[in-house]
Design a protein around this ligand. Structure first.
Ligand code: SAH
Ligand code: SF4
Length: 399
C-alpha cells in the first residue's frame, strides 16, 4: 500500500500520473551544444548542417529563452514540426515561489517526481543580483550548523537541471532575451543545496552553458563555486571552470573545524590551505572568498579573528562573515552584532575586506544554510513496489 511507504501524497500522485499518462517529450532546455547537434541529426538534418542548426537552436533557447518552437523563425516550418514532434522546451516544474519582504525570491523546483531542490535569487548585492543554485538534492556532509546537512543526499543534479534553475529564475524575472545592461541576475553562486565538488563534472558542464556568450552569458568571473573543502577536487575545479572559489572555513583550528565541518577530519586545514594556494589564477583580481559563519561563543572570539588572519597569510582573500541563520531545532545561536563587528574590525585592520553578509530572505527560509526540501531517497526496489501499488490502485479505481 502507498501509505506504508514514506512518501507524501503529492509524490504518490505523481507516480500514479506517470503510470497512466504518456511520458513527456525530452526538453532541449539545458542541453549542451553537442547534444543539440545530435538532436538536429536525429531530426533528419544533414551531418554537415547539424552544427549550424544546433547553433540556431542554442541561440533561441539560451539567448531568447523561447518556450515554443513557433518562435524559431529562422528554422523552416517543416523542420520545426519534426523537432516539436520529438522534443519540447519546458523547464522542470516550479512548485512554489516565495518572495521575502526584502525582495529575495525562493523557488522550489520539482526535477522529477519526489526530487525537489531550492534556488534563491538575491537582488541588489552591490548593484547586482546573485542567483544561488543547488548542485545536489540534500548533502552527504553533515556540517552541524547547516539545515541542508540534515537532509540525506537524494541525488546529484544533472548539468541540465542546474542550467534549468537559471532559466526558471530568468523566466520569473522576465530577463529574456539576454541583455548586457541592467541585468537582474548578474552573478551565479553555487551556494544552494549540496556540495558542488562532489558533482564536479555536471557543475562544470552547467557553467560551460551558463557562461557561453551566445546564450545566458553570465561570465565565469561572475560565478563562484563554494566548497566545504573537498581538497582533491579544488585544483580541478579551477582548471575545468575558471570560476571564483569560495571556501566554507568557519574555524581556524582542526579541533573545532572537525566538529563544525566533519569533512575536515578527512582533509585537515594544512591540506586545505595548500590546495587553495594551488588554485589556478589566484591574484589580487581573483581572490578566494572565505565564508565564516558567526556562532555565538563557538568561533567568534577576537583571538579566533587573529588566528584567522594568521591562517590566511599570503593568500589573496576576502572574508565573508555570515551571521548564523537559525532553523528549527538548530543547535547554535547567532553571535551578537557587536561581536561580529569587533571580529570584522580585527580582520579589516589586517588588510582583508571582510563584509558582514546581511541575512537575506530569512522570513521565507531562503538565507544561507536554511535550504532543505522534503525529498527523500527512495530505493529502486521500493520505487518498483510503489509503482506496482499505484498501478493496481489505478486499475481498481477504473474497475
Ligand atoms: N556545500 C557547499 C555549498 C553550500 S554554500 C559549502 O558548504 O560550501 C552555503 C554556505 O552557507 C556555506 O558557506 C555554509 O557553510 C553556509 N551555511 C550553512 N548553514 C548556515 C547557517 N545556518 N547560517 C549561515 N550560513 C550557513
Ligand atoms: Fe553540505 Fe555545505 Fe551544508 Fe555542509 S554547509 S552540510 S557541505 S550544504
Amino acid at each position: 500500500m502507498n501509505h506504508a511507504l514514506n512518501i507524501d501524497a503529492r509524490n504518490a500522485n505523481a507516480s500514479r500520473i506517470d503510470e497512466t499518462t504518456p511520458r513527456p517529450l525530452p526538453t532541449l532546455a539545458g542541453m549542451t551544444r553537442e547534444e543539440l547537434r545530435e538532436v538536429a541529426i536525429a531530426c533528419g538534418v544533414d551531418e554537415k548542417k547539424a552544427k549550424m542548426r544546433a547553433e540556431q537552436l542554442w541561440r533561441w533557447i539560451y539567448h531568447y529563452g523561447v518556450t515554443s518552437f513557433d518562435e524559431m523563425t529562422n528554422i523552416s516550418k517543416d523542420l520545426r514540426a519534426v523537432i516539436a514532434d520529438k522534443y519540447a522546451l519546458h523547464r522542470p516544474k516550479l512548485i512554489d515561489r516565495q518572495v521575502s519582504v526584502d525582495g529575495t525570491r525562493k523557488y522550489l523546483i520539482e526535477l522529477a517526481p519526489g526530487v525537489e531542490c531550492e534556488t534563491v535569487f538575491i537582488p541588489d548585492v552591490a548593484r547586482s543580483g546573485a542567483l544561488c543554485v543547488s548542485s545536489q538534492v540534500g548533502c552527504t556532509l553533515n556540517c552541524t550548523f547547516c539545515h541542508t546537512g540534515t537532509q540525506a543526499l537524494v541525488r546529484n543534479l544533472t548539468a541540465a537541471e542546474i542550467v534549468a534553475q537559471v532559466m526558471i529564475a530568468r523566466d520569473d524575472l522576465e530577463e529574456w532575451p539576454t541583455s548586457n545592461e541592467n541585468r537582474k541576475i548578474t552573478n551565479i553562486v553555487f551556494m544552494g543545496m549540496g556540495e558542488p565538488l562532489y558533482n564536479l563534472d555536471h557543475v562544470a558542464t552547467s557553467i560551460d552553458i551558463i557562461s557561453d556568450g551566445e546564450g545566458i552569458a553570465i561570465s565565469r568571473r561572475r560565478t563562484t563555486v563554494s566548497t566545504s573543502g573537498v581538497v582533491p577536487k579544488i585544483k580541478e575545479l579551477g582548471e575545468l571552470t575558471g570560476t571564483m572559489l569560495a571556501i566554507s572555513l568557519h574555524a581556524t583550528n582542526d579541533g573545532l573545524r572537525d566538529e563544525l565541518v566533519p569533512l575536515n577530519k578527512k582533509y585537515p586545514l594544512v591540506e586545505l590551505m595548500n590546495a587553495i594556494r594551488a588554485y589556478p589564477g589566484l591574484g589580487n583580481s581573483k581572490r578566494v572568498t572565505f565564508e565564516y559563519v558567526m556562532l555565538k561563543g563557538v568561533n567568534d572570539s577576537l583571538a579566533e579573528a587573529k588566528a584567522l588572519v594568521k591562517l590566511l597569510k599570503g593568500i589573496p582573500a576576502k572574508i565573508n562573515l555570515i551571521p548564523f541563520n537559525p532553523w528549527p531545532n538548530s543547535p547554535y545561536e547567532c553571535s551578537d552584532w557587536d561581536q561580529i563587528e569587533a571580529f570584522a574590525d580585527v580582520v579589516n585592520k589586517a588588510g582583508y575586506a571582510s563584509p558582514i553578509r546581511t541575512p537575506r530572505g530569512r522570513d521565507i527560509f531562503a538565507a544561507c544554510g536554511q535550504l532543505r526540501s522534503e525529498s527523500q531517497k527512495v530505493k529502486a526496489s521500493v520505487l518498483r513496489k510503489q509503482r506496482l501499488a499505484a498501478g493496481e490502485g489505478a486499475a481498481n479505481a477504473a474497475s
